[in-house]
Design a protein around this ligand. Structure first.
Ligand SMILES: CC(C)(COP(=O)(O)OP(=O)(O)OC[C@H]1O[C@@H](n2cnc3c(N)ncnc32)[C@H](O)[C@@H]1OP(=O)(O)O)[C@@H](O)C(=O)NCCC(=O)NCCS
Length: 159
């Protein structure tokens, strides 16, 4: 489904043909954090290999402004082990890789992507959507219907 807003945003699901756009946003995010360009000639190839392996269990949305891909969000779909007597798949999602290019932040595009994803999860009757927020992004997710988890445990890896 494609949604357009008066601001000119367009949000749609990304496909294989969008892999350079998604990889470009991943690079932009990495370089923003690094504060400098990151040389890595093999990145697109590794990204494509990863996407080929992962694409059947992930949904990625792209946000466009005037045709340019400026934002993304990714949902990893986990399908639980089937149970006897339960015909429909039981699924939940891990939401990650939410990124809006800095010049387009603060206008609601991140919220728009989030709402598109949670609407999809509701339509698919996901049991839950889980994420690990940065401190700064907590208000964004709270407005999107997320609440602190009380039923999950985490075991951090070795430092
Ligand atoms: C998080 C992010 C996608 C939000 O996009 P956006 O289009 O600005 O989102 P909206 O305009 O709909 O909502 C703004 C909210 O985003 C959050 N936000 C703003 N700047 C942020 C930042 N640098 N990092 C993380 N979240 C941020 C805040 O909760 C803000 O709401 P508030 O000002 O009321 O606290 C965008 O800031 C971003 O790409 N940040 C860098 C990547 C990142 O931190 N991703 C999330 C990791 S959990």
């Amino acid at each position: 489904m494609v949604t357009t807003r008066p601001t000119g945003w367009k949000v749609r699901v990304a496909g294989w043909a969008d892999r350079e756009a998604v990889a470009g946003l991943r690079r932009a995010w990495t370089e923003e954090y690094a504060g400098r360009p990151v040389d890595d000639d093999g990145f697109q190839e590794r990204f494509d290999e990863w996407l080929e392996r992962e694409q059947d269990q992930r949904v990625t949305w792209l946000g466009f402004v005037e045709g340019d891909p400026v934002a993304m969000l990714n949902l990893l779909v986990v399908t639980r082990m089937p149970r006897p007597g339960q015909e429909r798949p039981n699924r939940w999602g891990y939401l990650a890789n939410v990124f809006v290019r800095p010049e387009h932040r603060g206008g609601g595009l991140g919220s728009r992507l989030l709402a598109t994803c949670t609407t999809y999860a509701d339509e698919q009757a996901f049991a839950r959507v889980v994420l690990s927020p940065s401190e700064r992004s907590v208000p964004l997710y709270t407005r999107g219907g997320f609440e602190p988890a009380t039923s999950l445990m985490v075991r951090p890896g070795p430092a």
